[in-house]
Design a protein around this ligand. Structure first.
Ligand code: SF4
Ligand code: SF4
Length: 96
């Protein structure tokens, strides 16, 4: 199985540990095991696994998570993995 990693140091995921109430929903819904719950707080175990799907932020009851979901580059990388085709995210200006 492919390693659950995206590109290094590009994920927009932010966790506000002060606001987190440790409900564990983010860890339950994250498809890439980005979080663990310890001492009633969420902790980011591996940020580079985040594919910016937005599920954690959408399910957090206290808005302790922020992520720019639906970023085209992430979708392009995943599509490339699935199809074997070169990634194309329609970015303009040559930023990718
Ligand atoms: S955005 Fe998706 S992949 Fe990233 S941490 Fe949240 S649930 Fe996991
Ligand atoms: S869903 Fe929000 S409140 Fe619940 S553990 Fe995750 S970050 Fe904390």
């Amino acid at each position: 199985m492919r390693e659950l990693r995206y590109l290094d140091n590009v994920a927009t995921l932010e966790l506000d540990a002060q606001t987190c109430i440790g409900c564990g929903l983010c860890a339950q819904v994250c498809p890439h095991a980005v979080f663990e719950i310890a001492e009633q707080k969420a902790r980011v175990v591996e940020r580079n696994r985040c594919m910016e799907c937005g599920a954690c932020a959408k399910n957090c009851p206290v808005a302790a998570l922020k992520v720019k979901a639906g970023v085209g580059c992430a979708g392009a990388i995943i599509h490339s993995w699935l199809t074997g085709e070169p990634p194309s995210c329609d970015c303009t200006g040559g930023s990718c």
